[in-house]
Write a protein that binds this ligand. Structure first.
Ligand SMILES: [Mg+2]
Length: 188
């Protein structure tokens, strides 16, 4: 059994029309959860729509093949883009990958499975005799972004505190000087 990916990308957006043309991909079978979106996200992101359009402009058809058992969830995500979809696909079984590929009349060498998991997506690709391209699980990427935002926020708070301290020091100094001057003036 082969768990390896033929190519690795950080995110689905990195699979550009240029990459698809260069690799002669005519059919891109695509995992849904943690590949195109977060597991619980219901609304399709605008980036997905633009990306699907870009794939089509490169002559690549996109079909979502998801293990998610909720027909409603998978359909409601894919329908706004007019993307065909399969739910309860039971990857690593390759049945649906091959079924869709044959239905659309695409050769194995021009078909790729894109997904975030070795044990389902990459293995299913292997069983189907097509290439498997791996992306980083979206949830991990989101966490990295959140962590980065948190770090930046912490730095900002630190900077504000530092600036406040400096300002307080200046005010105190000015007050002291004023008090001293007024004392001097009273003495006179
Ligand atoms: Mg997934």
């Amino acid at each position: 059994m082969r768990f390896k990916a033929d190519r690795k990308f950080e995110r689905f957006e990195d699979v550009t029309p240029e990459v698809l043309k260069e690799e002669k991909v005519e059919l891109l079978l695509c995992d849904l959860d943690n590949t195109l979106t977060l597991r619980l996200s219901k609304l399709p992101a605008e980036t997905v729509e633009g990306w699907v359009e870009a794939c089509r402009s490169a002559g690549t058809e996109v079909v979502v093949i998801s293990n998610n058992i909720s027909k409603k969830r998978v359909q409601s995500f894919c329908e706004p883009f007019g993307v065909r979809c399969i739910w309860s696909a039971k990857k690593p079984m390759s049945t649906y990958l091959t079924h869709v590929r044959e239905l659309l009349g695409c050769e194995p060498e021009h078909t790729v499975m894109l997904g975030d998991k070795y044990s389902t997506d990459m293995l299913a690709a292997h069983f189907a005799g097509i290439r498997g391209w791996k992306v980083q699980p979206r949830k991990k990427l989101m966490k990295d972004i959140e962590d980065q935002a948190e770090d930046e926020l912490r730095d900002q708070v630190k900077a504000i505190k530092k600036a406040d301290k400096a300002e307080i020091k200046t005010i105190k100094k000015a007050n002291k000087a004023a008090a001293k001057a007024s004392k001097k003036a009273t003495k006179k």
